[in-house]
Design a protein around this ligand. Structure first.
Ligand SMILES: [Cu+2]
Length: 224
């Protein structure tokens, strides 16, 4: 590790990454107006550029507070796991509680979240992309008549009008396959969910210890 004279610099490289609070309006990423799916899209700034400035500034501020100010202070994620989880609004659809359990298999991760649909018509998650892997699938865990449980890639995950769908262990979930680099606690996965092919929600799902929520099946990574 480099030794630097500036007292603030050495705190950054080895400190845990901190996550912007999802409630902060500046980092809440709203993508589309609900009732104009046919309206032409305004040119979009690449999401990496949109989010990097705010995230970096917040992360730097939090790092200074946690790593430099008080060594024993918990990170934002430890202090309030729910608040640090991914959140986004896309019209009448709201994504919340998005997180990734630290993978047991370094090559495969699972993304859990909840989508609420305030609209009067049914919706569906129809696509997903992440910066953690070029290969992400919408997936469903199903139990056969014989009692065996397996996973199947699905075209879409429905979210009923006025209802909500939770992506959880044993149900619908999102698989991140062939991870080029292992994910560790404190990392964040940038996720873009597409709904009905015309709305998007963009958020960051923190990687948390498996014990932070429902643990995946022991053999979860073996199916893909
Ligand atoms: Cu799966």
């Amino acid at each position: 590790m480099r030794v630097l004279n500036d007292p603030h610099v050495p705190c950054v490289p080895d400190a845990p990454r901190a996550w912007p609070a999802p409630q902060a309006p500046s980092v809440r990423q709203v993508s589309r107006v609900p009732d104009t799916p046919q309206a032409p899209r305004t040119p979009r700034v690449p999401r990496a550029l949109r989010s990097v400035g705010v995230s970096a500034a917040l992360a730097a501020a939090l790092l200074f507070a946690t790593a430099c100010g008080a060594a024993e202070a918990p990170t934002a994620a430890e202090a309030s796991p729910e608040a640090s989880r991914g959140h986004a609004v896309a019209g009448d659809l709201e994504v919340s509680g998005a997180w990734v359990p630290e993978p047991a298999n370094p090559e495969v991760a699972v993304l859990y979240l909840e989508v609420a649909n305030a609209a009067a018509r049914d919706a569906a998650i129809t696509g997903v992309s992440t910066d953690a892997s070029p290969d992400a699938d919408l997936c469903s865990t199903e139990t056969t008549d014989s009692g065996a449980s397996g996973m199947r890639v699905v075209e879409e995950i429905p979210v009923a009008a006025g209802g909500a769908t939770a992506l959880v262990d044993g149900g619908y979930h999102i698989m991140l396959n062939d991870l080029p680099e292992p994910l560790e606690v404190g990392d964040g996965v940038e996720v873009t969910l597409t709904f009905d092919g015309d709305r998007e929600a963009v958020f960051t799902a923190p990687v948390e210890p498996m014990t932070a929520g429902s643990a995946p099946e022991a053999d979860h990574g073996g199916h893909h």
